[in-house]
Design a protein around this ligand. Structure first.
Ligand code: FMN
Length: 353
């Protein structure tokens, strides 16, 4: 039987975490994979055709392995009245910006069509977030030669993902920028910090773990490898790379030391972003209604990106964002790898090795 790619085959145990909605580009994924780490294409919010073009874009730049990340379908349509009330609340923002709010709608982000593209294109790695793919979806991708990763935010999700056949788990701590990858957005959730979560998940399952959330330095990479992860995935750290398509107001906020917070204000699903006016003024009233709220605020966010108004943009970022540096991706990967080796050696010495 054909063996699937493994995290252990990576020259450098670093993954560029997928970042939909702008930052992720084929250029970024290719630069990271070319540097010996693993780049990721973010399929979220893209059409199936655009995804196919992204894959061609990576393959035109490198023949190294790379990954593709999909939103797994999860949740149910929200109560339309709850969404309507939040939309009314945002009406003044839209008037002031001179844009019309979007219409709420529920969809699955073109899941089946994107899976069909992956079945044809067969990237080395396919990861899922927001939910656990069905066992037959996992098995079909594996038959096509893809290694399947599932993002988890708690030990129960880890067990479920392994039962569904996942080859590896992306273990996402609460420090992470962007949406929580939880299988279901809920009020009664437990948000685990990365080191605690790695230990809890390792106690439940045997598959390789990719640690993600708040890792910004080589020492952070060394820390999660020492804690049992097979690789470290960094998102925010890559957002200021020239290859990323991060918007100007987002780049400016990343370079600041402004605090982050968890919010549903922009999309109706819990996500970590640098706190701005929209997040501060509307966050507590935002309903659990994804992707309806995402569609409602899309024109407002696009206006903010175009006009440079960072108070209207979802400034997704991990807790350590102020450490992100403006460096070409290949240089960043090389520095992280070198610093990780130094940090691991220093820890080894400290332990009497
Ligand atoms: C702008 C942005 C977009 C993101 N989009 C996705 C995505 O499409 N799919 C996904 O699995 N995770 C997504 N994430 C989460 C990252 O993959 C990763 O878990 C997170 O960046 C790790 O934390 P860090 O940003 O502190 O490194 C996103 C994160 C950011 C900052």
């Amino acid at each position: 039987m054909e063996t699937r790619p493994s995290i252990d085959d990576l020259e450098i145990p670093i993954v560029q975490a997928p970042m939909a909605g702008g930052p992720s580009t084929p250029e970024l994924a290719a630069a990271v994979s070319r540097a010996g780490a693993l780049g990721f294409v973010a399929a979220g919010y893209r059409t199936a055709e655009a995804l196919r073009e992204d894959l061609a874009g990576v393959r035109a730049r490198t023949d190294r392995p790379f990954g593709v990340n999909l939103f797994a379908p999860s949740g149910r349509p929200a109560d339309p009245d709850v969404v309507r009330r939040y939309r009314e609340r945002l009406a003044a923002e839209a008037r002031a910006a001179g844009v019309a709010l979007g219409e709420p709608r529920f969809d699955d982000d073109g899941y089946e069509a994107k899976l069909a593209v992956l079945g044809e294109e067969r990237p080395a790695f396919v990861s899922f977030t927001f939910g656990c793919p069905a066992p037959d979806v996992v098995a079909a991708l594996q038959r096509d030669g893809c290694a399947v990763w599932v993002t988890v935010t708690g030990p129960d999700e880890a067990r479920q993902a392994v039962e569904a056949g996942a080859d590896a788990l992306v273990v996402q701590g609460v420090e992470a920028g962007g949406h929580r990858g939880a299988f279901a957005d809920r009020e009664d959730r437990t948000d685990y910090g990365l080191l605690a979560l790695l230990a809890l998940v390792r106690a439940q399952v045997d598959v390789p773990l990719v640690a993600t959330g708040g890792i910004a330095t080589g020492a952070g990479v060394a820390a999660v490898l020492a804690a049992g992860a097979a690789a470290a995935a960094l998102g925010t750290a890559f957002m200021r790379c020239p290859e990323a398509a991060t918007s100007a107001p987002h780049r400016a906020a990343l370079a600041s030391s402004r605090p982050t917070g968890l919010t549903r204000a922009f999309t109706g699903r819990l996500a970590r972003g640098i706190v701005n006016r929209l997040q501060a003024e509307h966050g507590t009233q935002a309903p659990m209604a994804y992707p309806e709220v995402h569609h409602v605020t899309a024109p407002l966010r696009a206006h903010g990106r175009r006009s440079g108004d960072g108070d209207l943009v979802n400034l997704w970022a991990g807790e350590a964002h102020e450490l992100a540096r403006e460096l070409p991706a290949a240089e960043l990967v090389a520095e992280l790898a070198r610093d990780a080796a130094r940090a691991a050696a220093a820890a080894h010495r400290r332990l009497g090795g």
